[in-house]
Design a protein around this ligand. Structure first.
Ligand SMILES: [Mn+2]
Length: 357
């Protein structure tokens, strides 16, 4: 994909949308303008935004742009469907720039119908290690500002959302430093994601059914949290459930503790090799009625597969994929691991991967 050079001021949102839906990159100048406008739009948002159903939640996308388009085909195109994105738009996949560009244009075009929460990958440090930085340099050149434009914008993204005063939504999970949502409201979010503390935990933590309380996470940031912590958080704040993303699920979603905590994972065939399903969570009208909430499960778009074969056809030792760690040490192994998994995928025997994002 080549960068289109704009000689005229192309700042018409409909024109941007048309280009992006066709997979065309916007110019750096247009991206700079879009990022400025989005920052202006969300700078006054509280760290926790309140939204009303109906809304459709989307988990990790990780640059799998053609699967994002598949989500709109399945779940409805904005503005006909309201979307709450739970973060991790970039890194891993081939099209982080197309993905985040489309999402910010949609946010500008339909501000009340699109909510973008920050994930742990919306960070300078993590994008340097997991692909987004490299993609920016490859597609826009080493002297471009595109990576800075986006990572500066990430500092403005909100930290969490509450749907119908009932559902608490966040990228990762709970924090020992967040007993009540008031302690989220007071965070100064306009900065790089810290190594620790409540802001880091909200984006890095994971539920663990073996646990009662908190335990330091093996990811190198955030915590694993158990049922007592969940019960207390729900009770104190008057919520019914927690929805979060951040962990690959072979079935596209995972339900913990009878639905008190739920994972929504929206990157099918993660990294073009995991063979997993994906889901979006549709909350129809009354989120207190269990029948009005459902996971809509889907498979990878055929275009995603085509894109993988086009790019990797002769080069199966790509560095795409792995276990995310705060220190950037990739736990997925090298190229032989990759080929093993690729073979699994081709044999339709999906490898079960329990714990990574
Ligand atoms: Mn994540």
């Amino acid at each position: 994909m080549t960068v289109e050079i704009d000689t005229a001021e192309v700042m018409d949102l409909d024109e941007c949308l048309e280009k992006l839906y066709n997979g065309t990159l916007l110019s750096e100048r247009v991206l700079e303008w879009l990022a400025f406008k989005v920052k202006e739009l969300i700078v006054d948002d509280a760290n926790i935004v309140h939204i009303q159903s109906p809304v459709t939640m989307v988990g990790d996308i990780h640059g799998q742009f053609y699967d994002l388009l598949e989500i709109f085909k399945i779940g409805g195109y904005p503005p006909n469907t309201n979307y709450l994105f739970l973060g991790d738009y970039v890194d891993r996949g081939y099209h982080s720039i197309e993905t985040i560009s489309l999402l910010i244009v949609l946010k500008l075009k339909y501000p009340s119908r699109i909510t973008l929460i920050r994930g742990n990958h919306e960070s300078r440090q993590i994008t340097t290690n997991y692909g987004f930085y490299t993609e920016c340099v490859t597609k826009y050149g080493s002297d471009s500002k595109v990576w800075s434009i986006f990572t500066d914008l990430f500092d403005f993204l909100v930290l969490s959302a509450i749907v119908d005063n009932t559902l608490f939504c966040v990228h990762g999970g709970l924090s020992p430093n967040v007993q009540t949502i008031d302690s989220i409201s007071v965070i100064d979010r306009f900065k790089e994601i810290p190594h620790d503390g409540p802001m880091a935990d909200l984006m890095w933590s994971d539920p663990d059914i073996e646990l009662l309380n908190f335990r330091i996470s093996s990811r190198g940031a955030g915590y694993q949290f158990g049922i007592n912590v969940v019960n207390k958080f729900l009770r104190i704040n008057g919520f019914e459930k927690i929805y979060r993303a951040h962990q690959l699920c072979n079935d596209g979603f995972q339900v913990f503790w009878k639905g008190k905590v739920n994972t929504v994972w929206s990157a099918p065939n993660y990294c073009y090799r995991c063979g997993n399903k994906a889901s979006i969570l549709e909350v129809f009208d009354d989120s207190k009625n269990p029948e009005s909430i459902r996971f809509n499960v889907f498979d990878a778009s055929p275009d995603s597969e085509k894109e993988f074969l086009r790019i990797e056809g002769n080069n199966l030792s790509s560095g795409v994929g792995g276990v995310d760690r705060f220190d950037g040490l990739d736990g997925f192994g090298g190229s032989s691991d990759f080929e093993d998994n690729f073979e699994h995928r081709m044999n339709k025997k999906a490898p079960y991967v329990e714990y990574f994002m």
